[in-house]
Design a protein around this ligand. Structure first.
Ligand code: ADP
Ligand code: G6P
Length: 471
């Protein structure tokens, strides 16, 4: 996952610019304490990386290390423009307003959002810095595509500075209904910020509808058929653009002989007749508590035999200084420890829990090795893990258990769908997926694969950029 490849400086101006809180790579240190680069966590980077490799353009974002100022550089074929964040800004803008206010609020308030005025001030300040960076990098008449909840003020800030640009915005996470959104003390400023975009994209139609309703009710703008009219008479649009993955690249990676070999090793190491897999950032929106509880009960009741079945949960460390994430980690480790302590025996634990991030090839090997993939978020904008699993099942078998509350559920209808709040219902669906016959599994997987391969990341980007007015 780490590498040091870094070549010449990036060119100073670009006609296509992506602005995201994170760059595709983050600055970290290797075993020898030397600085190196590692792929940044999360679905946003997974989705955008192939697009940026295919297009000549610049990616503006934070490189993950506080208080470090870096010059633009080229990494793995992408021109990167790092934006610095101070330690205080990391605490107030990133961990605070982005991840302890907006993240929980936009995910149905599954954790309690905190509202602090100093965090808001930092959010405004950092958004201005990103807008200034974009204004400097974008060529006359160029396209700037702003990404996600951390940068909702950038579209308007940028439009004020550079009315010549075409500005797109895409929200990777859910956009909440009015009843929740209006708790935000700075709701008007956030909506005004977004209204600066020519096209505002959401994962599902409900997000776009919530947004347009707020444009009308809170900003008093005229809205009609997916359009809103700004006070100066200019128009913007909003719509649903469900994000995806580079399905072919995942399939190729899964079929690579080294991956095939690695998948075999994983199976041998797990030494089980049936392997269930969970793969997530360690985030409270992912429904990990409920999922682990469900497996605990299945093992305890004997519906799953700990000698024959194993549940492998791989959780990437995430936002580790935010309180709610610390609590989650403690809870998960307690739960797993308790279940393994009660149900395991020497040399055999029913749950294997790994708290680490892995290279993409290892992920592909895990997907190949798993009989049943269990994806049970309480709320998720899309969930790319579900699509990655499907893309890696070239053999045409395997089974996907998927929460109704993931954006992906709208597309992946042939998954065994679950309400993760209903532990008994979830247990039934996990058993149904595991117990389905091969014909049934193949039938479902064929349809899932058709959806994922015909709606891949290229189609997502092409559709959005076409609607933004880019040929
Ligand atoms: P989110 O964006 O909320 O993290 P997604 O499911 O959309 O959720 O995307 C998660 C991305 O992170 C996927 O590309 C997945 O492969 C990757 N990922 C998740 N867990 C790990 C891990 N332990 N190691 C490496 N990559 C991971
Ligand atoms: C989700 C968000 C992204 C974010 C990623 C990882 O995918 O939509 O914007 O980058 O999680 O989270 P992090 O806080 O590590 O950037």
């Amino acid at each position: 996952m780490t590498n040091n490849s870094r070549s010449s400086q990036a060119p100073s101006r670009a006609s296509f610019v992506v602005v995201a809180n994170r760059l595709a790579v983050e600055r970290t240190t290797d075993d020898q304490d030397e600085p190196c680069w590692r792929t940044s966590p999360g679905g946003l980077v997974t989705a955008l990386e192939p697009i940026m490799k295919a297009k000549e353009g610049a990616w503006i974002g934070w490189h993950g290390a506080p208080d470090e100022v870096l010059e633009p550089f080229r990494h793995d074929g992408i021109d990167m423009v790092p934006v610095p964040l101070s330690r205080d800004e990391v605490a107030e803008f990133y961990e605070g307003f982005s991840n302890a206010t907006l993240w929980p609020l936009y995910h149905d308030s599954v954790a309690f959002p905190e509202f602090h005025r100093e965090w808001w001030d930092a959010y405004v300040k950092v958004n201005r810095r990103f807008a200034e960076a974009a204004a400097e990098v974008a060529e006359e008449g160029g396209v700037v595509w702003v990404q996600d909840y951390q940068l909702q003020l950038v579209p308007k800030m940028l439009r004020d500075k550079r009315p010549d640009l075409k500005i797109g915005f895409f929200l990777h996470i859910p956009f909440p209904p009015q009843e929740l959104f209006q708790q935000l003390p700075w709701r008007k400023q956030v909506l005004e910020g977004l209204s600066g975009a020519d096209l505002v994209g959401f994962q599902v139609p409900g997000g776009a509808a919530n947004f347009l309703r707020l444009m009308k009710d809170r900003l008093g703008l005229e809205t009609r058929r997916g359009e809103f009219v700004r006070p100066d008479g200019t128009r913007g649009r909003a719509g649903a653009y469900p994000i995806s993955i580079d399905a072919q690249a995942f399939q190729d990676l899964a079929n690579h002989p080294e991956t095939v070999e690695r998948a075999k090793e994983i199976r041998e190491d797990l030494d089980a007749e049936i392997v269930f897999l969970g793969v997530d950032r360690l985030d409270y929106t992912k429904g990990l508590r409920q999922r682990i509880r469900a497996f605990g009960e299945l093992f305890k009741s004997g519906q799953l035999d700990p000698d024959k079945a194993v549940f492998l949960q791989v959780a990437t460390p995430s936002r580790e200084r935010v309180e709610e994430y610390k609590r989650l980690r403690d809870d998960i480790e307690l739960l797993v420890g308790r279940i393994n302590g009660d149900m395991g025996r020497i040399g055999r634990a029913p749950i294997t829990y790994l708290h680490a991030g892995y290279p993409r090839q290892e992920m592909a090997a895990l997907y190949r090795a798993a009989d049943v993939m269990v994806v049970t978020p309480l709320r998720d904008g899309m969930n790319l893990v579900a699509k990655e699993y499907v893309a890696c099942r070239g053999s045409g078998d395997g089974a996907l258990v998927l929460s109704e509350f993931a954006g992906a559920a709208r597309e992946l209808k042939q998954a065994w769908q679950v309400n993760p709040y209903d532990i008994d219902g979830m247990k039934d669906q996990i058993l149904a997926a595991a117990g389905a016959d091969q014909t049934e599994k193949r039938r479902r997987m064929r349809q899932l694969r058709r959806q994922v391969f015909t709606h891949d990341i290229n189609r997502w980007a092409e559709t959005f950029l076409r609607d933004l007015g880019l040929e």
